[in-house]
Design a protein around this ligand. Sequence first.
Ligand SMILES: Nc1ncnc2c1ncn2[C@@H]1O[C@H](COP(=O)(O)OP(=O)(O)OP(=O)(O)O)[C@@H](O)[C@H]1O
Length: 300
Amino acid sequence: MQRLELDNVVKIYADKTAVNRISLQVEEGEIYGLLGANGAGKTTTMRMVLGLIYPDEGTILYNGKPYNKELRRIMGYLPEERGLYPKVKVSEQISYLAQLRGMSVKDADKSLKYWLERFEVPDYYDKKIEELSKGNQQKMGFIAAVVHDPQILILDEAFSGLDPVNVELLKSTVKELRDKGTSILFSTHRMEHVEELCKNITILHSSNTVVKGNLKEIKSKYPREEVVLGTSGDVQGLEAIPGVTEVKRTEDGYSIRISQVDAAQSILNTAMSQSTIHRFEIKEPTLNQIFIKAVGESNE
Ligand SMILES: Nc1ncnc2c1ncn2[C@@H]1O[C@H](COP(=O)(O)OP(=O)(O)OP(=O)(O)O)[C@@H](O)[C@H]1O
């Protein structure tokens, strides 16, 4: 049984279809990437999953059952815009949120203290949100989303505003939650994070699903269009090889764009006849390249 299942879900605002027939499944212990350009329909989809707004068509099932208010206890949400009150102490508001989701005062306090220790900021317990830096407010938002140990966690740009050390800290936490069985709907514009974390993805464009499936399978279906060549010296004649569209000199060789994969063998033969080769790779497209191809650079 799927932990979370969306089937042909539609949301319409007046004359605007914000989400048009999205279908996806998230298993137990899976991080699912929900991607798309600005205005594509990601936040609307997440808000429907959370039960904050209702779909106009389609179904959303949680452990095989439709939405009911009790599900709030098993869901956690880190919104893109900060959701915590600036003037209230970390301990008061996160403990309150945890109690709203069914925890006892004692368990909520214990869990909050665990997470503050985990993020190496135990002294934030008594601080007001407004006293913290932007990145540390983001960490408190993350704690508010996970403090009650949800089965379904919805993360919208979870790593925004964080320095590289904190990105790694949160990333490893997200992986750990996944390994413990949490199902995570993960939305971001940072494709390298998706490549590292997500098994399956959906890319939305103007409310429609344009790419969907297993990330590795999606990547294998897109043509390989870049050859990386490491050479000890110059190689002449690469531009003249049929199928080569662009040749760039790099520090230790060449980066070559190709329009057909057969060109790679000719590149290797040409290079080997003139120089020692210490690297030859026909690169898979990055998710960034796939995203740009699928969506184009058009923003709303
Ligand atoms: N309450 C609303 N009333 C009317 N239109 C809305 C409402 N909420 C969202 N929309 C529209 O629905 C579409 C999808 O918006 P949504 O916020 O889901 O996009 P998004 O993918 O989360 O974008 P971003 O990456 O910019 O956060 C947009 O065209 C938006 O203007």
